[in-house]
Design a protein around this ligand. Sequence first.
Ligand SMILES: *Cc1c(COP(=O)(O)O)cnc(C)c1O
Length: 428
Amino acid sequence: MEKSTAYFERSKKVMPGGVNSPARAFSSVDMDPPFIERGKGAYIYDEDGNKYLDFVGSWGPLILGHGDEDVVRGLQEVIEKGTSFGAPTKIEMEMAELMVESLPNVEMVRMVNSGTEATMSALRLAKAYTGRSKILKFEGNYHGHSDSLLIKAGSGALTHGVPDSLGVPEEIGRHTLTANYNDLDNVEAILEANKEEIAAVIIEPVAGNMGVIPMKEEFARGLRTLTKKHGVILIYDEVMSGFRVSFQGAQSLYPDIAPDLICYGKIIGGGLPVGAFGGRKDIMSLLGPIGPVYQAGTLSGNPLAMRAGFETLSKLQKNPGYYPQLEAMAEKLERGILQAGKNHNIPVVVNRVGAMISLFFSHEPVTNFNSAKAADQERFKKYFKAMLEAGIYLPPSQFEALFLNIQMTTEDLDKFIDTIDRVFSELS
Ligand SMILES: *Cc1c(COP(=O)(O)O)cnc(C)c1O
């Protein structure tokens, strides 16, 4: 790791922590990160020539693997014609049509440049629509880094939020309430205590940022009933789960529950920087230029990003076999991880929804943030390091999902399973 180490030192001089996004620094696993030079298919290669089987996939977007030929060809075509115009283009229209035609409850959509922008803008819209100023989010759910969403829980169910980050004014934190995931009584109590004040409930329908934890069916149903009753906009944050847990995302796992607004990102950019939010036409119509809610972006709907996303979504749509294939692969991993745990007497919990999968070193079922946090961090660090050394690149935290891609082969998965079995034998 000679070159990576040297580059990391150089980067740290000119970039805070040497990175442009904190998790990449590997600080949660007490390691220095490899610098990645290139990727092809299921593999990435670092600057020192090491090869890794990649279970991060740029944190979700690369469901087709690295350097998918259709995405690359599409990007090459666009580059020839120009990279940005700040004017309407045909590919934006085609991308919006594809999303509106294929996604439930998305009647109109607006493209932005990141998931952060998508959730931030969806909340502004919900506040405008309801004329209310508070929002409710769930402990352990991540919605990007805008001020009002960087809040975890207060001490009790009804306390106001405390910012997770310095620089988020307390006044803003006070407008963000937090509830326990999968706990309907908690949600009901908060909605009752803040009547006519809460504009929106925002939730990851399949949470992926505290490890994988899905909404329970009755919870999902109850959440929709309660938000309707209180006139609260229900926002699904599908930035991670969209086009990941199925083509229609988490929405298709909870079929007759209709959120009002839905946020997307990650896969819809095919590896380029993108986010989007969409939903009910009457709410979306409040956006400028036709409505009073301001929202804009110099590079929003950028032709390169739109084309990469369009190629990705079209390919997924044309190949309905991909999702069962990904699911079967994830199921194989799940069985392999559980078996390795059994073989070596390591308590391990695997949570999986479709091809979103994570493991916790825990005895207890993991259904919310508290049970996720109870998992053994020290064991995770050792596991992570040993896997990396064996050429398996995992998200550097127990609170992240592993992402499979359609380029992974049976041999790749066998390699993962053999490695984890050996690593567990060393950990036990
Ligand atoms: C990644 C993620 C975001 C933030 O998206 P960025 O593009 O990193 O700003 C928001 N919500 C969820 C559920 C995410 O997984």
